[in-house]
Design a protein around this ligand. Structure first.
Ligand code: NAD
Length: 497
């Protein structure tokens, strides 16, 4: 069986593999490969390669760094269908969605191509007599990225293109559930002319992550994943002197006011709740319907759910694929059972999916709950599957209270035709990313992505200006080139002539 190994110093590792994990094809339920699990010594080897490569890469000209990014962008564009196929085979998402993921990652690479512009400093002439001040931003050193299963290509690309373009060297620890895209991109970076050791990949679990968090030569860690792990990464990484940004889980609400265009809202909710089988950190998992909105919306949702084509992601007629693993499928099904037991009304029950030819795949059809209340576990927990809960509230104020009472604050959306109500909402809602008649308001690469509260630990969001800030340190230089006419010792306080 194929083994997916670490990528260290520009090639696959030849070190002996002590532990490994199974990589499934979620559409068939079969194990398709083994992935090496890094030992602390494997992580040390990757960090050593990154450290060796640092002096040369940090001092490479901006022109050279930008050229490598442009070349990587071209290669990724040329090979994006192959990357998308890897995503479908290991994650399970349907082909169009997988290609969409690669395209969103490409946008960050394109942003990173502008690094000479992004790293421009400021200059003030004559802050004192013959004295100029200027600011520059320099790379932080060897940095690491630890990423989740749900976007195996895009989430790492939120990190490494910018980190590398800023002059850092990188160690990526992707999800052990869908590890192949990381290695494929490592090969493309090599082919783009990136010197060996600037980008390394170690696969594995907590053992690899813990070594990263404790490693004295790693200066900064970016993490994306679930909230308990994000909190652990932030606390452990910062205790060990690292700069850390750790993005966590979510429970995104979509508020539907009674004046909304209900057909538009129904289309949006279906895509946002069930796209990628609900395994998106920006998926809508709660519909907060105000007044009588639910009475009109729910029949429209049900009609659309019945038509959704669920099946293996490589078949272009399918709109929703399987969940990532059997363990995850069992957890999501268990939560649906619990919702029923708690008294929520399961108006669309996807627990018996019947997918001809894929009976052993990890499938669930879309589930829709009505009359969910905030005390129920299905409301409180991040389900991360194709399960949408409708919570009915009487007023806009109650909807806002509900959003604010939630521990997460990643994304939120409002659907309305009232511009004043939408403006009031975007102003007062305490959530990191807000959509107005847009269900999944993921910022473009040149803005920064991140939530508030339990959805982010740390101060900086990813990509955009904040990404550049995270991967660089500021320095201010004050310089005097004295005018030879004014020589001599002066013990007084410098005068501004
Ligand atoms: P996860 O937290 O289980 O895993 C994320 C990473 O942490 C993986 O690389 C994994 O190997 C590692 N990890 C897992 N357990 C660990 C442990 N005990 N100690 C150290 N490292 C550990 O997340 P996941 O299941 O891969 O991804 C889904 C989660 O990610 C969801 O909660 C989702 O909301 C979140 N997510 C958030 C964003 C965001 O932008 N906020 C984006 C994508 C996904």
């Amino acid at each position: 069986m194929r083994t997916i190994n670490h990528w260290i110093a520009g090639k696959l590792s030849t070190r002996a593999i002590e532990r490994s994990g199974d990589v499934y094809d979620p559409a068939t339920g079969e194990v398709q490969a083994k992935v090496a699990f890094a030992s602390p010594a494997d992580v040390d080897a990757a960090v050593a390669a990154a450290k060796d490569a640092l002096p040369g890469w940090r001092d490479a000209s901006l022109a050279k760094r930008a050229r490598v990014m442009f070349a990587f962008r071209e290669l990724l564009e040329r090979h994006k269908v192959e990357v998308a196929k890897l995503l479908t085979s290991e994650h399970g998402k349907v082909a169009a969605d997988a290609l969409g993921e690669v395209n969103r990652g490409l946008e960050v690479v394109e942003f990173a191509c502008g690094i000479p512009q992004l790293l421009k400093g400021e200059f003030s002439e004559n802050v004192s007599s013959d004295v100029d001040s200027y600011s520059i931003r320099q790379p932080v050193g060897v940095v690491a990225g630890i990423t989740p299963f749900n976007f195996p290509a895009m989430v790492p690309m939120w990190m490494y293109p910018i980190a590398i373009a800023c002059g850092n060297t990188f160690v990526l620890k992707p999800s052990e559930r869908d590890p192949s895209a990381a290695n494929f991109c490592a090969e493309l970076l090599r082919d783009a002319g990136l010197p060996e050791g600037v980008f390394n990949v170690v696969h594995g679990d907590k053992v690899a992550v813990d070594r990263i968090l404790h490693h004295p030569d790693i200066a900064a860690v970016s993490f994306v994943g679930s909230t308990p792990i994000a909190k652990y990464i932030y606390e452990t990484g910062t205790q060990h002197g690292k700069r850390v940004q750790a993005l966590g889980g979510a429970k995104n609400h979509m508020v539907v006011l009674p004046d909304a265009d209900m057909e538009l809202a129904a289309d949006a909710a279906i895509g946002a709740a069930y796209g990628s089988a609900g395994e998106r950190c920006m998926a809508i998992s709660v519909l907060v319907t105000v007044g009588d909105a639910a009475d009109r919306l729910i029949p429209m949702l049900r009609e659309r759910i019945k038509k959704l084509a669920v099946g293996p992601g490589h078949d272009p007629k399918h709109e929703m694929g399987p969940l990532v693993t059997k363990a995850h499928l069992d957890r999501v099904r268990g939560l649906v059972d619990q919702g029923v037991a708690e008294g929520a009304e399961l108006v669309e029950d996807g627990r018996d999916p019947k997918i001809p030819g894929a009976e052993r795949g990890f499938f669930l059809r879309p589930c829709l709950f009505d009359n969910v209340t905030p005390e129920m576990v299905i409301y409180k927990e991040e389900i991360f599957g194709p399960v949408l809960s409708v919570v009915r509230v009487p007023t806009y104020d109650r909807a806002l209270e509900l959003v604010h009472a939630n521990e997460y604050a990643n994304g939120v959306a409002i659907f309305t035709n009232d511009g004043g109500a939408a403006r009031k909402f975007q102003h007062e809602v305490r959530v990191g990313m807000v959509g107005v008649n847009v269900p999944i308001p993921v910022p473009m690469a040149y803005y920064s992505f991140g939530g508030w509260k339990a959805s982010l630990f740390g101060d900086t969001h990813v990509h955009g200006k904040e990404g550049v800030h995270f991967y660089t340190r500021g320095k201010v230089i004050t310089s005097r080139w004295p005018d030879p006419r004014f020589r001599g010792v002066d013990l007084g306080f410098p005068q501004n002539r």
